[in-house]
Design a protein around this ligand. Structure first.
Ligand code: PEP
Ligand code: MG
Length: 738
């Protein structure tokens, strides 16, 4: 490749050498040109006039098929293959066997390298490997822009870089536009070939040793007391890292003349190409493991391991972070003022990073299939989390439309900020208490920004999830104290640990359950392992000092569970008293209402609780027997259905009669139309994500309570699927801003 002559001459020479070395009568090289056309650029053994004249579309003939699938092909009887396309100008009819490999660079096809023989030859795997190694070198020759012009090269890249929309699931609502930053950037390998394989093998060996050492250190550093997910992941890494086949293939690639880096990249390219069309989630997952590992090994080879995220790169002003998956702390390493959105190839709503991203109020899309295969660093990306779609390299007009959407949103946000100090009061004077759902210190900042009345739900499991080991009483109490300090006298309702089910902790051994949401979670765990909740009570009592303390229990199913939890709290209060510790001025103890059965012991419950908070996310999944995490049935049942509204209305009425405060802290509280219905059936307290306070307050201030309350009563007896449309019409007719 580095020889004398023009690029064309060097290409001709390469083809000649391959033909001789592999004892093939033909060696042809096709280069992908603008418009997704494969052009024959050189051909030892074919008619010279065919060169630059024979052209194939992607998917056409055997060569086009190799390019389209990005996979090698070796056929002893090529002419009998259904994809064989006869091109008389080449004179190839006399050749029977064919072996071809894609020319790949950065996982993209740039052309095809093929050899042919007259006889029905069986090509060996080693011969295919040799061809692939040469293909990698040719890819660099093409990329250098000497064979086809730099502009055309760009156009070719453009051809395979058309706008793409990848769909996923919404993990946090919102819209953002910016430049893609790959959380784990691909490496650019500068030196491809080496004439000192021994030295390269030695470099590889050292890097592999270093990598093993680093993985072992991580394993040791992981708190192993209870096993845990993190450790499993690292164990899998180590297993792959020691995979003899993988390392042997890298070693072979070095022997064929590549540098250690190029060899790692080559083996990885092959794997990627082979997995490209793999839909099996397990196998795709394994590919990701290998991808991580190849990256790690490259980091050790290039001495860039342990570099801080983006520390020395030029990061764009508007970052759309793209990753397979990442930890919450890694997200917080990025400059928050530039972070606009996050797209993950994996991830679910309860993934830790999604929870942190929600606190940062950036739109997040998860489970965006094929994301990493489609996005390049620096690509413009629109994250439309509302529609659960990411538009990669969107066309100019699409960008413009989104710029407009963003501008309109920004105006709305500014208008909401002005509402900060005005009351959430309907036109006929009914006041609604608006509170925040929180789980991080970052959320507490929003208390002041939004003018919310307090924290209606502090999910204490989030700090537990973020920590790598069980936070002891001291750590918990410092954390709760800080929460109370930052809330500056506004009430905070702490919810005791809601772990188990799908919310796993790294240091907590979880076990498989068929229906984890209905399994061993929340108060069920706490009552079986009382030390856990007693520590939490102790920490909360200590943190409160002589201030008020409000707490509630998740997933209470029957009154006896409330009594048992309350008894444990009383024991901790007595303990503090005996030790002459300050006691909270007042202790308010409530319960979440998330399990329908509890509503059938309502009178007994009302005698015991200071307040009730409806967790509609869980409540509705149990009421409708409809998994809250399943996208397939996400829209099947509606909270604003006759059953949903009459259930909620009944609760509100009974609490009103008993003068027990009731609020709702599920996701529906933050949606203006749903909030309007909740107010209509009698709710006076709602708790929601910070970004929902403005829109819900705006709705309330444009609503007349008397009207909605009367209207909703007329709806209740109708046996329809949902009242949503009727309520929307009501809002439009009555000028309610939803
Ligand atoms: C709920 O179930 O509505 C709720 C607020 O709790 P979580 O979403 O944390 O389960
Ligand atoms: Mg819940």
């Amino acid at each position: 490749m580095a020889g004398e002559g023009s690029a064309q001459e060097r290409l001709d020479k390469i083809a000649g050498i391959i033909a001789t070395d592999l004892v093939a009568e033909v060696c042809s090289i096709y280069v992908l040109r603008a418009g997704e056309v494969l052009e024959l650029f050189t051909a030892t053994g074919l008619k010279p006039t065919a060169v630059h004249n024979t052209r194939l579309q992607m998917g056409e003939g055997l060569v086009g098929t190799i390019a389209a699938n990005a996979r090698p092909m070796a056929l002893s009887d090529a002419q009998s293959h259904p994809k064989f396309a006869y091109r008389p100008e080449t004179g190839e009819e006399i050749y029977h066997s064919l072996m071809g490999v894609p020319i790949l660079r950065g996982g993209r096809v740039q052309g095809v390298l093929a050899v042919q023989n007259r006889t029905q030859r069986h090509y060996t795997d080693e011969e295919a490997e040799t061809l692939e190694t040469v293909a990698m070198v040719i890819a660099e020759l093409i990329a250098a822009g000497e064979l086809i012009s730099a502009e055309e090269l760009h156009a070719v890249e453009g051809a395979s870089l058309l706008p793409v929309t990848v769909a996923g699931v919404r993990l946090n609502a919102g819209v953002a536009m910016g430049e893609a930053v790959l959380h784990e950037p691909r490496f650019v390998i500068e030196e491809l070939v080496s004439d000192n394989p021994e030295e390269e093998q030695q470099r590889l060996k050292e890097a592999v040793d270093e990598m093993h050492g680093a993985i072992d250190a991580m394993l040791q550093a992981t708190d192993v007391a209870n096993g845990g997910e993190h450790r499993d992941i690292l164990e899998t890494y180590r297993m792959f890292a020691e995979d003899a086949g993988w390392l042997a293939r890298i070693g072979e690639a070095i022997d064929s003349g590549l540098t250690a880096e190029a060899a790692v990249e080559k083996v990885h390219n092959d794997t990627r190409a082979r997995f490209r069309n793999q839909r099996d989630p397990y196998l795709r997952e394994r590919l990701h493991d290998l991808e991580d590992l190849a990256n790690r090994l490259l980091q050790h080879l290039t001495g860039t391991e342990g570099d801080g995220v983006g520390a020395e790169w030029e990061l764009p002003e508007n970052i759309i972070l793209v990753a397979r998956n990442m930890g919450p702390a890694q997200l917080l390493d990025y400059d928050r003022t530039r972070l606009r959105g996050l797209v993950l190839e994996e991830g679910s709503a309860t993934t830790h990073v999604a929870i942190v991203a929600r606190a940062l109020d950036i739109p997040v899309i998860g489970r965006a299939t094929d994301l990493l295969d489609n996005v390049e660093p620096g690509d413009i990306v629109i994250v439309d989390a509302d529609e659960a779609e990411a538009h990669i390299r969107p066309a100019e007009d699409v960008q413009q439309a989104f710029t407009e959407t963003l501008r309109a949103r920004a105006q709305r946000v500014a208008a909401y900020a002005e509402l900060r100090n005005v009351p959430a009061e309907t036109k006929d004077g009914v006041t609604v208490s608006l509170n925040l759902n929180a789980g991080l210190f970052a959320d507490l900042q929003s208390l002041d920004e939004t003018g919310a009345d307090g924290i209606g739900l502090f999910r204490t499991e989030i700090p537990f999830m973020e920590s790598s080991k069980y936070p002891d009483v001291d750590r918990q109490s410092a954390l709760y104290e800080r929460v109370l300090d930052l809330s500056d006298g506004k009430p905070v309702v702490f919810r005791t640990l809601d772990i188990g089910g799908d919310k796993s902790l790294p240091y907590w051994s979880s076990f498989d359950e068929e229906n984890p949401a209905m399994g061993w979670r929340a108060i069920r765990v706490a009552l079986d392992q009382p030390v856990l909740i007693r520590h939490q009570f102790r920490a909360l009592i200590r943190a409160a000092g002589d201030r008020d303390l409000s707490l509630m229990f998740p997933m209470i199913t029957e009154v006896s569970e409330f009594d048992a939890a309350r008894a444990l709290l009383d024991r901790e209060l007595e303990r503090a008293e005996k030790r002459n510790r300050p006691l909270p001025k007042q202790v308010h103890v409530g319960t979440m209402l998330e399990v329908p059965a509890l509503a059938f012991q309502f009178d007994a419950l009302l005698e015991r609780v200071d307040f009730i908070s409806v967790g509609s996310n869980d409540l509705f999944q149990f009421l409708f027997a409809s998994d809250r995490g399943s996208p397939r049935i996400a829209d099947r049942y509606d909270a604003l259905s006759p059953a949903g509204l009459s259930f909620l209305g009944g609760l509100a009425r009974r609490c009103d009669d008993a003068e027990t405060p009731i609020g709702l802290c599920g996701e529906m509280a933050g949606r203006p139309l749903d909030a309007m219905a909740l107010i209509g059936v009698g709710f006076r307290s709602l708790s929601m994500a910070p970004s929902s306070i403005g829109p819900v307050k705006t709705m309330i201030r444009s609503l007349n309570y008397g009207d909605i309350s009367r209207y909703i009563q007329t709806l209740q007896s109708m046996p329809v699927h949902s009242h949503r449309e009727k309520l929307r019409e009501f809002a439009i007719d009555h000028g309610v801003v939803i």
